[in-house]
Design a protein. Structure first.
Length: 353
């Protein structure tokens, strides 16, 4: 079996893209095979590759590609989390699918519609440009039907107080593309953008403790990868400064799903990001987000329902200028025993004859 490697700019690592049609449907068997593939990848020097995308042509008439994200957890090669998604890996999967022949050749203005099996998201990847070794995309997370703000607050409120040790810290738990806990970095003793971007293990440890408390609140395992967490405050110039935690430490920028979730949170009145955005005049439409990896932007489009409580709904969220590079393929000999589902019955008959 052949695996493909692609890297989306801003991601902490490349993504290993595999053909889901050649893998078992049973989850226990699937994870056992992924552990074997992961072990071979580590032996080949790819221990840094902690993201896996499972793809195949979509069975749904509205989509081109079905996608399932698998997060490899640090430590032994057989620990995985299948509860969330990854926008960078979606783009890596689209590029790899085109290179492998699963999708047609990418051309500018083409739109690839992806169904995320982990959480039901619908994602549109529009090709901005194509180069020899990669492509540039605009990615849009579409809510169909529109998602009411209340459905995007998994704890049922815009702000939640979490207890870690003897501390009580206010966060906003928001679920948009992925579940995130957003905390005002100033509540953790971080005064400004420079201090946030240069903070070390002490702040990382506090954020990881808060993430664990958020996982408890949402009924997720503490040892998993979700929910994620990011510290935010007003940027030195325009927008919001953010620093996020990933597996297994600081994210070099912020997850693409984190951008979508942050842009969504800015549009929900009362959340921590909503308050911070209004300190420097940000909040309507396009939101500039500054991270240690640079500056990017997200646009979340919402509708106001007109109800007495001032509710609203998320229609879609878009992030532009995302570059992806194809890094090549790897022959996964550890999975050579797998057969295509459609030919397996024929082979069984021929072997019995």
């Amino acid at each position: 079996m052949t695996g493909h490697l692609a890297y989306a700019m801003g991601s902490p690592c490349p993504t290993l893209v595999l053909d889901a049609g050649r893998l078992p449907r049973d989850e226990a068997a699937l994870l056992a095979h992924l552990a074997r593939a992961r072990g071979q990848l580590v032996s080949a020097g790819g221990a840094n590759v902690l993201k896996i995308a499972l793809i195949e042509p979509s069975a749904h008439p509205m989509f081109d590609l079905d996608y399932r994200f698998v997060q490899t957890l640090p430590g032994v090669p057989d620990r995985f989390d299948l509860h969330g998604s990854c926008g960078h890996s979606i783009l890596s999967a689209v590029l790899a699918a085109s290179r492998s022949g699963m999708l047609p050749r990418l051309v500018p203005k083409a739109r690839i519609r992806v169904r995320v099996l982990n959480n039901g998201d619908g994602v549109v990847c529009e090709v901005d440009r194509v180069e020899r070794d990669g492509a540039g995309f605009t990615i849009t997370f579409v809510q169909q039907p529109p998602a009411p703000f209340g459905d995007l607050l998994p704890d049922g409120r815009t702000r939640t107080v979490l207890r870690t040790g003897g501390d009580r810290t206010e966060v906003s738990l928001v679920s948009g593309a992925n579940a995130y806990a957003f905390v005002d970095a100033r509540r953790l003793g971080v005064p400004d953008q420079e201090a946030l971007f240069t903070a070390g293990d002490e702040l990382l440890g506090r954020l990881e403790s808060l993430r664990g408390a958020a996982a408890d609140r949402l009924g997720r395992p503490r040892g998993g990868a979700f929910p994620k967490i990011a510290a935010v405050l007003p940027a030195a110039e325009e927008g919001i400064a953010a620093r996020a935690v990933t597996v297994p430490g600081w994210h070099p920028s912020i997850a693409l799903t984190g951008l979508v979730c942050l842009g969504t949170a800015v549009r929900i009145p009362g959340t921590v990001p909503w308050r911070i955005a209004r300190e420097n005049g940000t909040g309507a439409g396009r939101v500039e987000v500054v991270t240690p990896g640079g500056r990017t932007a997200v646009t979340a489009v919402t509708s106001v329902s007109g109800t007495a409580d001032g509710g609203g709904a998320l229609l879609w969220a878009t992030v532009a200028r995302k570059d992806v590079t194809y890094q090549g393929s790897i022959a996964l000999t550890s999975l050579n025993n797998l057969r295509f589902e459609e030919v397996a019955p024929c082979l069984a008959l021929s072997e019995a004859a």
